[in-house]
Design a protein around this ligand. Structure first.
Ligand code: GDP
Length: 208
């Protein structure tokens, strides 16, 4: 997919105030510092569409971007940031859970994990929750440039095996990416394009 336009639309913390155009939407979420902003910028070929910074826990909002005028990319706050207070964590959980449970246009979420790490409880819990609530997601492994090909293979296998043992009967769709080396860009965009095509095909009779 060629990215012809990528525009910031709005930021808020209330799912009912999110844009209501009936176009497919993809959410990106993961632990703080996983490389989410860098990935979004790599995918959209925009230097600073999503704000990268060394300050984890900064984007505490649901951020909508409109891509090619026909799909939304949503940058969600990073989770698992230790310095966030208990009260903030609760508020965060509430609006993010509401977003996932109520957002009609959400066709797929991407859960980002750092390819160097072993499965972390917070990610496992989150994916389990997604599964239990029937929210479709794919895994994006980030920072693949940090490992050699053999190690990449081993890490991905270990990770997926862990998911299969603990949670799933079938491994979710997954992608290996590196924002600094532009790895995995085409694969992720093709996946989005295929879902978009299905979405518009299924909804063509409802679109005026
Ligand atoms: P976010 O907090 O998840 O949005 O993460 P950022 O995109 O801000 O990245 C966090 C840190 O990881 C920054 O220091 C980035 O430079 C670094 N980083 C992000 N993506 C990559 C990558 O693909 N490869 C490498 N080597 N570092 C990355």
């Amino acid at each position: 997919m060629k990215i012809k336009s990528a525009d910031f639309v709005m930021s808020n913390s209330d799912v009912s105030k999110c844009p209501n155009e009936p176009i497919p939407e993809y959410a990106f979420i993961g632990r703080s510092n996983v490389g989410k902003s860098s990935l979004i910028n790599m995918l959209t070929e925009r230097k600073s569409l999503a704000k990268t910074s060394g300050r984890p826990g900064k984007t505490q909002l649901i951020n909508h971007f409109k891509i090619n005028d026909n799909w939304f990319l949503v940058d969600l706050p990073g989770y698992g940031y230790a310095k966030v207070s208990k009260k903030d964590k609760k508020t965060f959980q509430k609006y993010i859970t509401n977003y996932f449970l109520e957002r009609q246009q959400l066709v797929c979420s991407f859960v980002l994990v750092d390819i160097r790490h072993t499965p972390q409880p917070i990610d496992m819990e989150f994916m389990q929750w997604m599964g239990e609530n029937g929210i479709p997601f794919a895994i994006i492994f980030t920072k693949a440039d940090k490992l050699k090909p053999q190690a990449i293979k081993r890490q991905v296998e270990n990770y997926l095996n862990h998911l299969l043992e603990d949670i799933w009967e079938e491994a979710p769709q997954h992608f290996v990416t590196s924002s600094s080396k532009k790895i995995g860009r085409e694969e992720v965009l093709q996946y989005i394009e295929a879902i978009n095509t299905e979405y518009f095909e299924a909804n063509k009779n409802n679109i005026v």
